[in-house]
Design a protein around this ligand. Structure first.
Ligand SMILES: Cc1ncc(COP(=O)(O)O)c(C=O)c1O
Length: 492
């Protein structure tokens, strides 16, 4: 089954409608996430006195790249929040625009991917909120987003994540998730997470939302992240500039689907996937542990449209760690000031989490490889921000001692300006096929997917990827019908 199953379960649906009535829940549509002008004024009025992270169902309407950058009371803006990396910092002449996920509830855009996975099953009644527990297997942010959405939608949740993920992830989850399960290992130990989900599946009340396999994940990113990146480019481009590329490190590869939309709109551009050099699965069929939290899990996610991926770029995890320190220590920030950055720009550099920095490094390597100029623009996202990694910066300070202006200059030169076009590959047809074929070992051998569906992903784009992307319309119809039955929207 390549498309999302939207078959109605009448009993579950009736239960969910009743639960939504009791808990004051109105579900936003994908169209509203693309264009906040479609959100009713009464909802916006409520948002003006609601905090960004408040556990209030109205915050479902903040699953949007267009949120104002405000901790509380924010509404929407035409151009999504972004950080532009000036050439004095990147060392390349092209423009690099990184769209910020910090201004989503939970401080991370993964709350959108989890909405994309849960919403179809909730509004069809396949997930019965009076019976099922929503299980969110992840390396952290997706299960944070899943637990948050579950709470807003009055559903029970179970978060599964590796025990070595950052303290911030666990601390916050404890306040939101019904249950937390820590599996052995670090960032790249996803097999252990999958094993746990098979165990939990024995209990029929546990419904698993596996972001690596759920097509709701790419549906959301194609229709929401892709549109937002296109809005960003259109709103800030200067005369004569073209979109040359998009680079995204891959965890579940959901974000990569934004690239599918961009390639349709800007046919000349190229789409690159990033991963950690210490776990070079796409580049080299390789494996290993690494420190770029949220990405690179020793397998190719089922939802990665590999055939549409033009390049793979590997990033040394040491580069992203060193730059995290540079951007978030006062000595590093003073160094950035000496490069001519304004206080606002320096503040915005804290909007980059570790994988966000890796994304920017991918853009720089991409720009060097294609010898991009001032007329070129490369886009990416910042999945979360440095707020999620304060403990990591402290660990680095303990490990290396106090930071200094000299160390900052050295880090900038060594870990950014000195980047080379090594450990990256333009993917030819056979190389893409080689990467796609790796899915067989995880998904067909271990996780119960069929060879027919695997082949369809490669040979039948129209009835797989394109069909899933187009399901947003059908999903919106179901969401509208759900809201009508609940009756709260009409009564606003
Ligand atoms: C911090 C961080 N960066 C990047 C990613 C990768 O995003 P995607 O799963 O859409 O590939 C994730 C995914 O959870 C993440 O948490």
């Amino acid at each position: 089954m390549s498309k999302i199953d939207l078959t109605i379960n009448k009993e579950g649906l009736l239960h969910n409608i009743q639960k939504a009535k009791e808990n004051n829940i109105i579900i936003p549509t994908i169209a509203q996430m693309q264009n906040p002008d479609l959100i009713p004024e009464k909802i916006k009025e409520k948002l003006t006195h609601t905090g960004l992270w408040d556990v209030d169902p109205v915050n479902l309407f903040r699953i949007s790249w267009h949120n104002e950058a405000k901790e509380s009371g924010g509404l929407y803006q035409k151009t999504p929040n972004y950080v532009e990396i000036p050439s004095s910092v990147s060392g390349v002449p092209c423009r690099i625009l990184a769209m910020s996920g910090k201004w989503f509830p939970t401080g991370c855009h993964k709350v959108g991917a989890s909405f994309g996975c849960l919403a179809p099953r909730l509004v069809t009644g396949q997930f019965d909120a009076t019976y099922h527990h929503a299980v969110w297997p992840s390396t952290g942010n997706y299960c944070r987003g899943g637990a948050f959405n579950s709470k807003l939608l009055a559903c029970d949740s179970v978060a599964i994540l590796p025990q070595d993920m950052s303290k911030e992830r666990f601390d916050w989850l404890k306040t939101i998730a019904g249950q937390i399960i820590a599996t052995p290992g670090c960032e790249s130990n996803v097999k252990e997470i999958f094993d746990k989900t098979w165990e939990l599946k024995q209990d029929p009340s546990m419904m698993i939302f596996n972001q690596f396999a759920e097509m709701g994940n790419p549906l959301w990113h194609y229709n929401v992240t892709g549109y937002a990146l296109s809005d960003l480019f259109e709103n800030v481009k200067k005369p004569g500039q073209r979109l040359a590329g998009a680079c995204f490190t891959s965890g579940s590869a959901g974000t990569m689907s934004a690239g599918d939309l961009l390639k349709e709109r800007y046919p000349g551009m190229k789409l690159a996937v990033g991963e950690a050099l210490q776990c070079p699965t796409i580049l080299d069929n390789g494996f290993g542990g690494h420190r770029i939290e949220g990405i690179g899990d020793k397998h190719i996610p089922w939802v990665h449209n590999v055939k549409n991926t033009d390049m793979v770029i590997d990033i040394d995890d040491e580069d992203s760690q060193r730059l995290l320190r540079l951007f978030n220590c006062k000595e590093g920030q003073a160094y950035l000031k000496s490069l001519g950055l304004s206080d606002e720009q320096i503040e915005k550099f804290t909007w980059m989490g570790i994988s966000g920095i890796a994304n920017v490094l991918c853009c720089i390597k991409f720009a060097k490889f294609y010898e991009l100029t001032e007329d070129d623009v490369v886009v990416t996202v910042l999945t979360d921000s440095a707020v999620m990694y304060k403990s990591r910066v402290e660990e680095l300070n303990e490990m290396y001692g106090a930071y200094s202006a000299q160390a900052a200059e050295l880090d900038h030169n060594l870990h950014m300006l000195n980047l080379k076009t090594d450990s990256m590959l333009e993917l030819t047809y056979p190389e893409r096929k080689r990467v796609h074929n790796l899915k067989y070992y995880t998904w067909v051998e271990q996780q119960g997917m069929s060879v027919e569906d695997l082949n369809a992903q490669w040979y039948d784009t129209k009835n797989t990827w394109d069909a899933v992307h187009a399901q947003a319309k059908e999903l919106d119809e179901l969401i509208n019908a759900f809201n009508d039955e609940v009756g709260l929207l009409k009564a606003l």
